[in-house]
Design a protein around this ligand. Sequence first.
Ligand code: NAD
Length: 495
Amino acid sequence: MRQITHWIDNKPFDGPIARWGDVYDPATGLIQAQVALASVDHVDAAVASAMAAWETWKDASLSRRTAILFEFRDLVVRHKEDIARLLVSEHGKVLSDALGEVQRGLEVVEFACGIPQLLKGEFNENVSTAVDTYSIRQPVGVVAGITPFNFPAMVPMWMYPIAIACGNTFILKPSEKDPSASNLCAELFAEAGLPDGVLNVVHGDKVAVDRILEHPDIGAVSFVGSTPIARHVYEGGTAAGKRVAALGGAKNHMVVLPDADMDLAADAAVSAAYGSAGERCMAIAVLVTVGDAADRLMPKVVDRLEKVKVAPGLEDGAEMGPLVTAQHRDRVVGYIDQGVAEGATLVADGRALTAEQDGFFVGPTLFDNVTPEMSIYRDEIFGPVLSTVRVDTYEQAMSLITDNPYANGVAIFTNDGGAARKFQNEVPVGMVGVNVPIPVPMAYHSFGGWKNSLFGDARMYGMEGVNFYTRMKVITARWPDPEHRGVNLGFPQMS
Ligand code: NAD
């Protein structure tokens, strides 16, 4: 059986490994590899390597850093399909979607290539006569990233290219469910010329995460995953004195007003609910139809949904693959059972497919007449299940969203510019789409939700990423001046 081990000091870890986890092929349901589950000692070895590397990497010139980043970018482009195929094989998403994931990660690498421009500080001459003040951004040191299963290449790339470009060294703890893409990307970075220890990959579970949170030599932790673990990481990391950015789960609403283009809205709802089998933190999970919108929208949604081709990710024309594990599939099926039991109208039932296949498949599932107290509305299902809530007014749609504990993404579909503007102004959600169902910001903006979808105050990538991975230092300097005026015990007033 293939074994996937840690990547420390630019090579596979060859020390003893006591615990291993199973990695499945979700399309067949079979175990395809085993992944190392780190002990405290393994994490400590990775941190020691990163600490040693930081001594020189922090002083690497901006030109050297960018030259390596440009080379890494080219290698990722050349190996895009290899990375995507690993994602298909371990996560289950279809190839076209996996290629899109790598592309969105690459955009962050390209953003990081501009680091000399992004790290420019500020300068004021003569804050007092002959005294200058300037600010510089310095790396934090050794920083860590803990990432979820659903974007095994892209979410780590939200973190390590920027952290490394800023002069930090990085410990990546990817999801143990689909670990291989992280090792391949680390190998490519090494091939691009990244010195030993600047990027280490440690595989594992809670043991690795908790050691990262308490390790005294790690200065900052970025986390993306479910809300309970995001809270745990935020509380544990900040209690240990670290800088923490922790992004959590989601339950994203798409509001359709009666004046919307219903074909556009139906295309968007089906794409955003069932793409990647709903395993996206920006997936649309709730369709909120206002007034008579549902009567015109629902037949169009059903028509499109019936044509979605569910198949293993490498099969020709496959649009939606399996879920990541049998356990997750059973959880999603459990929610469909609960929705039926709670009285929602099951318009399309994906459970039939589950019985037919050895892989972890659930077909596109659509509920109508869902109410806010039902578990299919309240909980993040993270599968191909779309719940429709019918409301009479815009205000009712808004209070539904306002009362929801999650606030990652939201979308409105309308042809009324005034309504859209009012919505974007008052909706308490971090990322808003206007006639765009999955409003994931580009690499030069920043990504993050509000409320239970983000703990802390730092978002991922963009300038917020640069700020998170650097500490500002402000210097006030006076060079010897023949005219200095001697001792003054008063507070400096810069006159
Ligand atoms: P998860 O929270 O189970 O796992 C995320 C990471 O935490 C993994 O590396 C995992 O090994 C680790 N982990 C799991 N249990 C742990 C524990 N008890 N203690 C310490 N560490 C633990 O999330 P997942 O199932 O891998 O990913 C899906 C979740 O991630 C969904 O909730 C989704 O909404 C969320 N997500 C959010 C965003 C965002 O940007 N807000 C993006 C992608 C995914």
